[in-house]
Design a protein around this ligand. Structure first.
Ligand code: DGY
Length: 319
């Protein structure tokens, strides 16, 4: 079978794929240009893509042999799922294996913003650390007894709740579907209305998928309802947050701070207004980026691809 990849996978995975298939990997500029995507995919039986590739109707139509689209991600908002399904194309994705890594990253952003780690790093690098130790310098916020509000209580939200419990935090969540009593109890979390979660949380962490309903749902009105000291963490998708409104709220200290791994447009450009603010920590869409997780994602992608190209359901199939 012929496979087209819009970017590299770890070496072992490419080696394995090359033993089984004719493999064509895009190695140029990322994201791949539209023209290169269309020409790369036109003879392919299988496609491996990434969250920044737009796999829309035109792309799908240009691939007349395509049997499987496998994204190297848990998010699949970049694929026209309905259209691909109407063409009997299987769609694979990589949930579960990245849950712990992403929850770790969300929690490290919480710790970083509340304890001002990156902020003090920036001060040291700029040669502005002038006083060795003081009662009122670099004072952060302890997490114990603070309220974490988890917006979207799927796998990653639940993994984050477990971490919060260890740190003595109280956790509320808002989700389309309420968890069972037993799961709520075992995680030690309380269900909340959306408005209650926004107004009562000390930290709000976003874990909803990106859809037309969640597009820009975190905006000026949302920030107005947050506590002035509250922190927003986003490791989900950038477009769930209105970045302009967030930048204004941070600038005016209408909220306490933010930890962001994802952005409306990636990579975030040099000089973006967010990069000028002290009360925000930025990371480069690295939620799932550990060696172990990326290797697991690659193994899963190969399995998804082989099953999908054989006309079977991938291990994790988007329905
Ligand atoms: C995903 O899997 O959707 C992540 O955003 C990639 O790290």
């Amino acid at each position: 079978m012929k496979i087209f990849l819009t970017g590299k996978l770890p070496d072992f995975a490419l080696k394995e794929l090359r033993k089984m298939h004719i493999v064509n990997v895009h190695t140029g500029k990322i994201p791949i240009s539209r023209a290169k995507l269309l020409s790369g995919i036109c003879n392919a039986d299988g496609l491996v893509c990434f969250p920044f590739d737009s796999i829309d109707q035109d792309v799908i139509d240009s691939a007349i042999h395509l049997k499987a689209i496998c994204t190297f991600s848990v998010g699949f908002d970049h694929i026209d799922v309905k259209y691909a399904k109407s063409k009997n194309i299987q769609i694979g994705y990589t949930p579960d294996v990245l849950t712990e890594a992403t929850a770790d990253l969300a929690f490290s952003l919480i710790l970083d913003v509340t304890r001002r780690v990156t902020e003090s790093d920036r001060i040291i690098r700029a040669g502005k650390w002038t006083k060795p130790y003081g009662a009122v310098e670099f004072v952060g916020t302890g997490l114990q007894s603070k309220t974490l509000g988890i917006l979207g209580m799927g796998r990653i939200g639940q993994a984050l709740a477990k971490r919060a419990a260890v740190f003595g935090m109280k956790t509320s969540y808002y989700n389309r579907h309420r968890l069972s009593n037993n799961v709520e109890k075992s995680l030690g979390v309380k269900y909340s209305s959306l408005s209650g979660l926004i107004s009562k949380s000390d930290i709000i962490s976003v874990h909803v998928p990106y859809t037309k309903d969640t597009h820009g749902m975190i905006n000026a009105a949302f920030f107005k309802k947050m506590k002035k000291t509250a922190i927003l963490i986003n490791t989900a998708r950038g477009k769930i947050v209105n970045q302009r409104d967030l930048t204004i709220s941070l600038k005016r200290n209408q909220i306490g701070g933010a930890g962001l791994d994802v952005f409306e447009s990636e990579p975030l450009q040099k000089g973006d207004p967010l990069t000028k603010l002290n009360n925000v920590v930025l990371s480069a869409h690295i939620g799932s980026s550990t060696v172990q997780t990326r290797d697991e994602m690659a193994r899963l992608t190969i399995k998804n691809l082989n099953l999908g190209m054989a006309g079977k359901k991938p291990v994790h199939s988007v329905e």
